[in-house]
Design a protein around this ligand. Structure first.
Ligand SMILES: Nc1ncnc2c1ncn2[C@@H]1O[C@H](COP(=O)(O)OP(=O)(O)OP(=O)(O)O)[C@@H](O)[C@H]1O
Ligand SMILES: [Mg+2]
Length: 228
């Protein structure tokens, strides 16, 4: 497998507190990996560490074979690691359009990117509800619309690997279903890691599911994960 993202024996946490250890995984460019785990298992900490928002204490993160372990988060985002964070992190007092425009701050040195307006038109075509609400304030969007906006914002930087942290959290079942359709439409365009507690949702979407259990990765059947 040619992995776009490879994580090798990674440890991380907060200061002296190690939250996850020995995590190894690899995701191919067209593959969707599901990570299931209970509250507090370390899922968010792991994704933030892969994104570079938290430092790792051991191990390596490789993007297209290039070691990015010491690279700061904004450069990893620029290099193609996209994160749709838990809780969406939409700016409540900015409009939909201005929330999207925030990505312009980190898009420098990406001559491969089409002009911003083209990319915005592309995400609006994908999420017409956002186009209709371009001037509406982020804080007044519904939960499902905020999730769309968070995904759209990550897509603007044309990620090589897109990581989504509990995208179904707080959404009504019907919205969860439409999100599953949206993400299924993106599947195969780039690598995805979807963290969830909703197993049924992951089973619809992921090519492969691993579990995060007390900070280690195990296979869906509870045996040690061996695919890395
Ligand atoms: N800023 C922090 N400082 C210290 N400990 C933290 C910090 N953030 C999280 N933790 C701890 O790290 C552990 C893992 O948290 P994390 O948020 O990664 O779990 P999670 O699997 O994403 O859980 P959830 O499903 O509730 O989102 C928890 O015990 C949590 O209390
Ligand atoms: Mg979490």
């Amino acid at each position: 497998m040619t992995a776009v993202l490879q994580v090798e024996a990674l440890d991380g946490g907060y200061g002296k507190l190690t939250v996850f250890r020995g995590v190894s995984l690899a995701v191919a460019r067209d593959q969707t990996l599901g990570l299931l785990g209970a509250n507090g298992a370390g899922k968010t900490t792991l994704l933030k560490t892969i994104a570079g928002a938290l430092p790792s204490t051991k191990g390596r993160v490789l993007l297209d074979g290039r070691d990015v372990t010491r690279m700061p988060a904004y450069l990893r985002a620029r290099a193609g690691i996209g994160l749709v964070p838990e809780g969406r992190h939409i700016l409540a007092t900015l409009s939909v359009r201005d929330n999207l425009a925030l990505t312009r701050a980190i898009e420098g040195h990406r001559p491969d990117l089409p002009p911003f307006e083209h990319r915005v038109a592309e995400v609006y075509a994908m999420f017409p509800r956002l186009a209709e609400r371009a001037s509406q304030l982020g804080g007044s969007l519904s939960g499902g619309e905020q999730q769309m906006l968070a995904i759209a914002r990550a897509l603007l930087l044309k990620p090589r690997v897109l990581m989504l942290d509990e995208p179904t959290q707080g959404l009504a079942p019907i919205i969860v279903q439409s999100l599953a359709v949206t993400l299924a439409g993106l599947k195969g365009r780039f690598a995805m890691i979807v963290v969830e507690q909703n197993k049924a949702f992951l089973e619809q979407l992921a090519d492969r599911i691993l579990q995060v259990r007390s900070g280690t990765l195990v296979a869906a059947d509870g045996r040690p994960a061996t695919d890395n």
